[in-house]
Design a protein around this ligand. Structure first.
Ligand code: SAM
Length: 264
């Protein structure tokens, strides 16, 4: 651990210090020789080192230049291919391999979790799976089902792209400095074929975002600028429902009403 490195709050630096948690994550990932493993935010290399006891090489993207310099001193180029970049601006297709989908892992900076998930899901590269440490509250939103308070845009949009599993919780004491909240590790596995037929992904985003921007209103009210009664009955949705009661399948049916004649 670089003794001189002062954790930077703006980069969400809470370093994992509990070795049993590092092993638990590595067990969940279960890397195999030949995997195209990408770590986001390796930090001081705690998880990187454990992963490298199981595979020979991984790729990582780290924004903090001081930590990049540290990692370059501690790992060989044969072990670690390191990009000193902001993952949110990083084009994954630059480093995509034809024969091996990415397996992505990271103890994520909490402030970039949601934009990062959408960045990765929109990246058009093959992803086999993702294992992320997130704020527990975000993990709860990812696996929330209709009718619950945590159910909303994030869970619906991610469930269109991936199957999500909440694996285990991690207490603040496992990190230095300890974050204010409990964390959880999740596994996301992109669907091979989408779970619902959509004419346009953008329409789903638009309907879901608009509906949940006024989550206490009925969808008749919140979606009135997008859909009319005919659309609701064609989609077989009760317009008196609140958004938190509608499933992905039902949102997809509404989204397809926005451009019914078009098939993408
Ligand atoms: N993996 C390390 C661990 O478990 O101890 C560090 C985890 S720390 C929560 C998050 C790491 O992500 C930090 O090293 C931070 O510098 C890095 N980071 C923050 N924002 C980033 C970004 N936009 N792109 C790449 N790395 C980022």
């Amino acid at each position: 651990m670089p003794s001189s490195h002062r954790p930077r709050k703006r980069f969400g630096q809470n370093f994992l210090i509990d070795r049993s948690v590092l092993y638990q994550i590595a067990d969940a990932v279960a890397p195999q020789l030949g995997d195209n493993l990408l770590e986001i935010g390796p930090g001081q290399g705690a998880l990187t080192a454990v992963l490298l006891t199981r595979i020979k090489h991984l790729t990582a993207v780290e924004i903090d230049r001081d930590l990049v310099a540290y990692l370059q001193r501690h790992f060989t180029a044969a072990q670690l291919t390191l990009y000193s970049e902001d993952i949110l601006r990083f084009n994954l297709s630059r480093i995509a391999q034809d024969n091996a989908a990415f397996r992505i892992v990271g103890n994520l900076p909490y402030n970039i979790t949601t934009p990062l998930l959408f960045h990765l899901l929109a990246s058009h590269v093959a992803i086999a799976d993702m294992h992320f440490m997130l704020q527990r509250e975000v993990a709860d939103r990812l696996v929330a089902t209709p009718g619950s308070e945590q159910y909303g845009r994030l869970g619906i949009m991610v469930s269109y792209h991936c199957q999500v599993e909440r694996l285990f919780e991690v207490p603040p004491e496992a990190f230095s400095p300890p974050p204010k909240v409990t964390s959880a590790v999740v596994r996301l596995v992109p669907h091979r074929t989408p779970p619902v037929a959509l004419h346009h992904l953008k329409s789903l985003e638009q309907v879901v975002t608009t509906a949940f921007s006024q989550r206490r209103k009925t969808v008749r009210n919140s979606l009135k600028n997008l859909l009319n009664e005919t659309h609701f009955s064609a989609a077989n949705i009760d317009p008196g429902e609140r958004p938190e009661r509608l499933s992905l399948v039902q949102f997809a049916a509404l989204a397809n009403q926005l451009n019914p004649g078009e098939i993408s």
